[in-house]
Design a protein around this ligand. Structure first.
Ligand code: M6R
Length: 604
């Protein structure tokens, strides 16, 4: 997830920019850069990898006196993580930083290139600065050139632009991506894409609304709304605690990460969804040549996403798919055959058991792929190919958004393999892509839903156990729901296939056994319903999650109707995450750092 900072003031530009980028590190990034304008001259520095690489490059840079500056941490979407693709991007005499995505960038780029503009990067961002400079030549003022530039852009953005033609001014705009302006008694102006970098530098802040734009200088702060009307900035006091600022108003990192899922799922799909096909720039299609089986291997939540995706690989790509728990595979003397693609899944890329299985597969000569959230992690470095899930840094020990992006990537990958194997018609692929585009909406959280789950949670604080049940992909989701509950509430929970309950566990049914039933309308509804009725008849306490009203349940959480069962999957995933979190809160547990657990398990 990219981060933005900016500063107008005296003596502090380098520190404010670098400290600000440091504060934004937790969001995840793969390159960083700054541009400082002082005495009408720009100094710009960029580095790939850790921020320390940038810090070393600017060690001798000491801009004393008045200056303006903009900075950025980039999480690659369009184009690889290289210095050329890192922000700020240069025109002739202006620099820009940008978060979000310019959807019509290719069209603008084609126009500009036809007019002779030379592009240095593969990013969507670079069009902004070239467009601005084109209009600088035709418009009366730089601000009008900036306004005209914004009028051409479609998509989501937070933008800061500095130009030699107004050397004490930063232009800014926000539409869909966060941007905050901070002010203090010294007349300094500070920008950031979240609160934390502003703390210590600003007293009050303006949380920009979508469509708002303007400019700042030492003496001015001009703000315009989307109808181009000048508006009076509304100042809010800035929180003083950095930790709470990083949580952006949420009670816990886990809660923030649950709410972030819509955005990170969109990031996971960026550049990978075309109108009629799925595209993974990072994959060489020959990876799948000669492959007759996919073996997925992982631990914990990542194992659940692998298990859910095995249904999709077999259903859509018609490829034999097996799923292994890494700690089991290591010692079972597995048959590793060369016509198997070995796929490891890991949020961290460092989990010891999963890493070892990757080494085993490589030693056995198998082709390997990792699906991972952390670039340059051990698994990414070791595997033949990698797909990054782009969830940004996940701080809550109980994984939420990492799982959501793993599932998004897996769904796309199952379709990608089906394209290679010609197992789905173009029409069917298009329908699936249409559904995939709906995923970010399906995980948006309605206040009423969250409130209902919060109220309902008080009835689930005791009992002798929880059974989460579902069929097909909703069985791994049930496993994941049970794992979430165990991790942060310390209550006993199991995930089970709905149809298996009568083969043993139903003996436990009584009012103190809580059944959380996943009953999607779009997949095996009647079959699941019969299984839940069997439990209801034996007096288990039932909490049903379904778009279809179900009168045999004690509690009912109504989800929306969707055109694809996977959209029900994503919506129910959010319900389960919120339910665990709210039960944990009522029990007074540490939601973000549950006892006995570590975020990354690097021991066997
Ligand atoms: O980083 P990984 O995805 O390899 O981690 C695997 C598990 O340790 C992890 O998913 C764990 O189960 C989480 N705490 C789940 O919330």
């Amino acid at each position: 997830m990219c981060g933005i900072v900016g500063f107008v003031g005296t003596n502090k530009v380098k520190d404010v920019l670098l400290d600000g980028l440091k504060e934004l590190e937790y969001r995840g990034y793969d390159s960083a850069g700054i541009a400082v304008l002082q005495d009408k001259e720009f100094s710009s520095y960029k580095a790939v990898g850790k921020l320390d690489n940038l810090v070393q490059k600017v060690a001798d840079f000491d801009p004393k006196g008045f200056a303006i500056g903009i900075g950025h941490t980039r999480w690659a979407t369009h184009g690889k993580p290289t210095e050329l693709n890192a922000h700020p991007h240069l025109g002739d005499a202006s620099y820009v930083v940008h978060n979000g995505i310019i959807e019509n960038y290719q069209e603008i780029k084609n126009e500009l290139m036809a007019e002779g503009t030379h592009f240095l990067s593969q990013t969507d961002t670079e069009v902004i600065v070239h467009l601005f400079e084109k209009y600088l030549a035709t418009e009366a003022t730089p601000f009008e050139a900036f306004q005209k530039t914004l009028a051409k852009l479609e998509g989501a953005y937070a933008i800061l632009l500095a130009t030699k033609s107004m050397p004490d001014t930063i232009f800014f705009a926000k539409n869909g991506s966060p941007m905050i302006v901070g002010v203090n008694d010294e007349g300094e102006k500070v920008f950031a894409s979240s609160d934390a970098p502003l703390i210590g530098h600003a007293k009050d802040v303006i949380y920009l609304g979508d469509g708002e734009y303007g400019f700042v200088s030492p003496t001015a702060l001009e703000l315009f709304d989307k109808r181009h009307q000048r508006v009076k900035p509304s100042l809010t006091p800035l929180p003083t605690s950095k930790l709470s600022a990083q949580k952006e108003g949420y009670r816990f990192f886990m809660e923030k990460e649950i709410y972030e899922q819509s955005d990170v799922i969109s990031d996971a799909m960026l550049g990978r969804l075309q109108d009629e096909s799925i595209n993974f720039d990072e994959l060489d299609p020959t990876l799948f040549d000669g492959i007759n089986e996919i073996k997925l291997c992982a631990c914990g939540t990542s194992y659940h996403s692998a298990l859910a995706s095995s249904y999709l690989f077999e259903r859509y790509a018609k490829v034999r798919t097996s799923v292994e728990i890494a700690s089991e595979l290591r010692y079972k003397e597995p048959l590793l055959l060369k016509d198997t693609l070995f796929v490891v899944i890991s949020q961290s890329g460092e989990t010891a058991d999963t890493l070892e299985t990757l080494k085993m597969a490589k030693a056995a000569g198998l082709k390997t792929l990792v699906i991972c959230n952390v670039d340059n992690s051990s698994m990414v470095r070791l595997a033949d190919a990698s797909i990054l899930t782009r969830a940004g840094i996940e701080k809550g020990v109980a994984s939420t958004k990492a799982f959501a992006t793993q599932m998004t990537v897996f769904w796309m990958l199952a379709l990608y393999v089906s394209q290679l194997r010609n197992t789905l018609s173009i029409e069917k692929i298009k329908d699936q892509i249409h559904a995939l585009r709906e995923v970010p909406n399906s995980v948006k959280i309605d206040d009423n839903l969250h409130e209902k789950i919060r109220r309902l949670s008080k009835r689930y604080l005791h009992g002798h156990g929880f059974f989460f049940i579902g069929r097909d992909v909703f069985f791994p989701l049930a496993l994941e729901g049970a794992l979430k509950l165990k991790e942060i509430t310390y209550l006993h929970a199991e995930g089970y296939p709905s149809g298996e309950m009568k083969h043993g566990p139903i003996a436990m049914a009584d009012p103190e056994l809580f059944t959380i039933a996943l009953m999607p309308k779009g997949l095996l509804y009647d079959k699941t319903k019969s299984n839940v009725e069997e439990l209801s008849a034996r007096d288990s306490t039932i909490c049903a999650i379904s778009p279809v009203t179900f009168d045999k349940a004690d509690d009912f959480i109504q989800t929306k109707e969707h055109g694809h069962y996977m959209l029900e999957f994503f919506e129910m995933m959010v319900v389960l995450q919120l339910l665990s979190m709210e039960i944990s809160v009522r029990l007074g547990n540490d939601v973000d750092m549950p006892r006995n657990l570590a975020k990354s398990v690097t021991v066997e």
